[in-house]
Design a protein around this ligand. Structure first.
Ligand SMILES: *Cc1c(COP(=O)(O)O)cnc(C)c1O
Length: 430
């Protein structure tokens, strides 16, 4: 397998774009090696500039629930493009997508669309602060909520990968209102509420996907809800990744815990840049122009992006049982890989939520970021590059989650398991 064209492309990109990429995790830094430059996606497959084909378990980091070039999404986008790319004025497509997204969740009456998950979360935090009149926020170590200043504290994946959890360029004054708690540890949250009487909100990935896949315990989320209620603070579920991935109706449908504000992204754009945040009407009414909390965006609610999201979510709504099928496949995959690892004397921790799957080369169960950090990074790097050579494209960091799309068949899953057995055997023998 040659990757000469990718090597050359990466070299040129590095001379023009910092690190050669427009988002750090793409650079393959934590696994070594060269990022592959992609020319095309089709169904389950990615093709790189050298013409190598891979089965894609990254799916653009989550958005592509139906794989590459889904015919319904593609058609909707082409149809929308014919009417113009952007108007900066309201369109019917925004109302339609709003109605559709809201229909999936009990917790939200109104929604606003933005262009990224980062924007959605940043705006949700401002809204929570505006609504409560308080300044402090609580976040969990290892949860990632985009790269806005006050949230770039101990942020998992991308940030963790680079050992640079809080970034230069973020004034300490901006993050002093961000309190840190430990995932799945309610005592650590209780301590935050003892330390501050000014907590506007607690933000959490209820199914964390940015320290590897680490779901929150149900009991923990219930206690979190209660702590927020007792202290007059809002609870924000950041489901930018898990929304429409872990379940169709959100973490609230799995855990029975309802957030005050919900943030979405990734899948709701069907591959186009869309983020959103929603809440009950009382909270959303605080938002400009209805209320005083300012938030805006030139390309927010872009008609082409709305069309892609609408096509994706309509398809999901009409094929709701697809989630169970994806979950079966995800389970089969990680259980097969776990067995293959065990046969080589390697312990693997695995988990699945809907179409999200996670695995750690770790002796102990992973409940929080510190646990995740004890995983064998060197083994992961070898596994990653071995799988790539076999034609399987996994996320290039052990702190990321894997994704199954509907384009990935049972047969592909079985082949992936076989390849993982081969790769793990080579690693442990060599
Ligand atoms: C991806 C992600 C974000 C940021 O979304 P972008 O579109 O990359 O800005 C925020 N929160 C979570 C949970 C995410 O997974």
């Amino acid at each position: 397998m040659s990757i000469d064209a990718s090597l050359k492309a990466f070299e040129e990109a590095q001379s023009l774009i910092p690190g050669g990429v427009n988002s750090p995790v793409r650079a393959f830094k934590s696994v070594g090696g060269t990022p592959l430059f992609i020319v095309e996606g089709e169904g389950a497959y990615l093709t790189d500039v050298d013409g190598n084909k891979y089965i894609d378990f990254v799916q653009s980091w989550g958005p592509l629930l139906f794989g590459h070039r889904d015919e319904n999404i593609e058609k909707a986008v082409i149809e929308a493009v014919k009417h113009g790319l952007s108007f900066g004025a309201p369109t019917l497509a925004e109302t339609e997508l709003a109605k559709l997204v809201i229909s999936f969740f009990d917790s939200i009456d109104k929604i606003r669309f933005v262009s990224s998950g980062t924007e959605a979360v940043m705006s949700a935090i401002r809204l929570a602060r505006g609504f409560t009149g308080r300044d402090d926020i609580v976040k969990f170590t290892g949860c990632y909520h985009g790269h806005s200043d006050s949230l770039l504290v101990q942020a998992g994946s991308g940030a963790a990968t680079f050992g640079n959890p809080s970034s230069p360029g973020v004034p300490a004054d901006f993050t002093k209102h961000t309190l840190l708690a430990t995932y799945n540890n309610i005592e650590s949250v209780r301590k935050c509420f003892q330390d501050s009487k000014d907590i506007a909100c607690v933000i959490i990935e209820p199914i964390a996907g940015n320290m590897g896949l680490v779901p929150a315990d149900k009991e923990f989320l219930h206690e979190l809800r209660k702590l927020c209620d007792d202290n007059g603070s809002l609870l924000i579920f950041d489901e930018v990744m898990s929304g429409f991935r872990a379940s169709i109706n959100g973490a609230e449908s799995i855990t029975g815990v309802k957030p005050d504000i919900l943030t979405l992204g990734k899948v709701i754009g069907g591959g186009m840049p869309v983020g959103a945040f929603g809440a009950r009407a009382e909270i959303m009414s605080m938002l400009s122009p209805e209320g005083p909390v300012y938030q805006a965006g030139t390309l927010s609610g872009n008609p082409v992006a709305m069309a892609a999201g609408y096509a994706a979510l309509t398809k999901l709504k009409q094929n709701a049982r697809v989630m169970a099928v994806l979950e079966e496949r995800a389970k089969r995959l990680v259980e097969g890989m776990k067995d293959a690892a065990l046969a080589c004397g390697i312990t693997m921790q695995i988990d699945v939520r809907g179409s999200m799957f996670g695995f750690f080369f770790n002796e102990k169960p992973v409940k929080n970021f510190a646990d995740a950090c004890e995983s064998d990074a060197e083994l992961f790097a070898k596994f990653h590059s071995g799988m790539l050579k076999e034609g399987y494209y996994f996320a290039c960091s052990l702190y990321e989650t894997g994704f199954i799309s509907t384009a990935i068949t049972d047969e592909m899953i079985e082949n992936t398991i076989k390849a993982s057995a081969k790769v793990l055997k080579e690693i442990t023998n060599g």
